[in-house]
Design a protein around this ligand. Structure first.
Ligand SMILES: [Zn+2]
Length: 334
């Protein structure tokens, strides 16, 4: 995952970080696992939600501590890791269809390299590149066969224009202080006919609207900017890309979002179940009865959440979305 640079602290508090509009309004106060509070604003023009003022460097460093990535050799336990693999394999299968024999792929904020590993399995001719900060996730990514790991962030890495046939950002753009500049850069790195795949939380989803500051995918202070899909689509179309696929049915993210958001609305200890699933046993370890209570509540909420999630997907209001864009085959780099 790409940690935003220190320059994020200098952004004006009233200006939208995506469209630079100044018609922004208060959107409540988001709370993290430690109880720290982060005021949230929303842009009246493009709908982007953003933390304002931005978190300090110290707060971000603490938020990306080892416990964020999971304290074992993997982020979660075996069953959940299996579900994440299943989801990554499905995404990879859709994305590689129609790619040329020797395609170049870049995954920005590649984490443990899971998505690249599945892309490589689906299409053996791919040249795989990943960008990730040094740390536990990058160490896992370095073990993926054939993966070229670029250590750093989007801002500290550079490529020639039109370098890649596929660029993916799976739950990364919400971590960036300036997502518009990042997207513009990625469009330049994309070759003619290349595909850009984005997965990110939907700030205008049913979940986000119903649960407000209890919404699981707010995830402060790591999620700095939550740009609605309509505004991402509009910007990419302005850049000459065509939306070729969108998906709101992402149960591996959205189903748990319903459950944890409902639990957050009932228990002031933020994301308790999620932290337990990550085996972060240092988090409120004194609450010895709570894990069983949260698990029982989660079990009771599973079926209603599944039904709500299916309805939300049908109305294109999934809590997270996946968008695939394609650059025109005749696009020339200027
Ligand atoms: Zn805006």
């Amino acid at each position: 995952m790409t940690v935003p640079s220190a320059t994020g602290t200098s952004i004006s508090t009233a200006i939208c970080p995506f469209c630079t509009g100044n018609a922004t309004r208060n959107h409540g106060v988001a709370v993290d696992e430690s109880g720290s509070r982060f005021p949230l604003r929303q842009c009246g023009d493009c709908g982007t939600g953003f933390l304002s003022p931005p978190p300090s460097d110290a707060e971000l460093t603490r938020a990306y501590a080892t416990s964020y990535y999971g304290e074992g050799d993997t982020k979660f336990g075996g069953g959940i890791e299996g579900l994440r693999d299943f989801a990554a394999a499905g995404r990879a299968r859709n994305l590689v269809s129609g790619l040329p024999g020797r395609a170049r792929v870049l995954d920005v904020g590649c984490g443990d390299g899971r998505f690249l590993r599945w892309l490589g399995k689906q299409h053996t001719g791919l040249e795989l590149h990943g960008i990730e900060l040094p740390g536990p996730a990058a160490e896992r990514a370095a073990r993926v066969p054939g993966l070229v790991l670029h250590s750093g962030t989007l801002n500290t890495t550079n490529f020639e224009d039109a370098s890649f046939d596929v660029i993916s950002l799976v739950h990364v753009i919400e971590h960036l202080p300036d997502p518009a500049a990042a997207l513009d850069r990625l469009v330049r790195w994309l070759g003619p006919g290349g595909k850009l795949f984005l997965a990110f939380p939907n700030f205008e989803s049913w979940q986000a609207t119903w649960f407000g500051t209890d919404w699981f995918h707010l995830d402060p202070p790591r999620h700095l900017t939550l740009v609605p899909p309509r505004s991402v689509i509009r910007r990419m179309q302005t850049s000459g890309l065509k939306l070729i696929h969108q998906r709101h049915w992402c149960p591996e993210q959205n189903l748990f979002g319903w459950i944890q958001s409902a639990l957050n609305a009932c228990d002031r200890h933020r994301n308790f179940l999620y932290e337990r699933l990550k085996r972060n046993r240092g988090y409120h370890a004194e609450r010895t009865i709570a894990p069983a209570v949260h698990l029982a509540a989660a079990a009771a909420l599973t079926i209603p959440s599944l039904l709500l999630d299916a309805a939300a997907a049908a109305f294109r209001s999934g809590a997270t979305v996946e968008l695939t864009f394609q650059k025109s085959p005749s696009d020339h780099v200027s």
